[in-house]
Write a protein that binds this ligand. Structure first.
Ligand code: FMN
Length: 139
């Protein structure tokens, strides 16, 4: 199974969660600014970002808008923030319009508790990566 972890992160919180998910699922986390396109078909794409002044970064929006249905099995979302899950909702909307399957659950970490969520993020990645069975994160 081909698994990829992609994220957008300004100040490093989402990056840390992305790296933990990647560790759990046996892959590497890559910033969408370093690699703006997927070079191969991906079965499970973990995709994450954060809200800034109530909206997701335009870079992440563009990335999601350019994903190709035929090249992705399913997207699993994650986010970090102060309170908002808006990034996940925004991404769900974009991906659903494109017909790209999105897992129902998503992973959330509060910006002040990133370290405290790293084990859970690893576990989230591990469960999804190892047996394709999403354990939804309670938020
Ligand atoms: C300029 C700015 C605006 C923010 N706006 C929001 C917001 O509207 N809602 C929210 O829940 N968190 C907001 N946050 C908190 C960030 O989403 C949070 O710190 C997140 O973990 C940042 O992720 P990153 O370190 O990967 O960039 C904001 C942070 C900054 C710096």
């Amino acid at each position: 199974m081909n698994i990829a972890v992609r994220y957008y992160s300004k100040s490093g919180n989402t990056k840390r969660i992305a790296e933990a998910i990647a560790e759990g699922s046996g892959t590497h986390a890559v910033s969408i600014t370093d690699e703006p396109t997927l070079s191969e078909r991906i079965d499970i794409l973990f995709l994450g970002g954060a809200p800034y002044a109530n909206v997701m970064a335009p870079e992440l929006r563009r990335y999601a808008e350019c994903l190709v249905r035929d090249r992705i099995g399913k997207v699993v979302l994650f986010t970090t923030s102060n309170w908002s899950h808006r990034t996940v909702k925004g991404l769900q909307k974009i991906l659903q319009v494109k017909g790209i399957p999105v897992a129902e659950g998503h992973f959330y970490a509060h910006m002040l508790n990133i370290s405290g969520k790293l084990d859970a993020a690893r576990e989230f990645g591990r469960k999804y990566g190892s047996n394709n069975c999403l354990q939804e994160e309670k938020v």
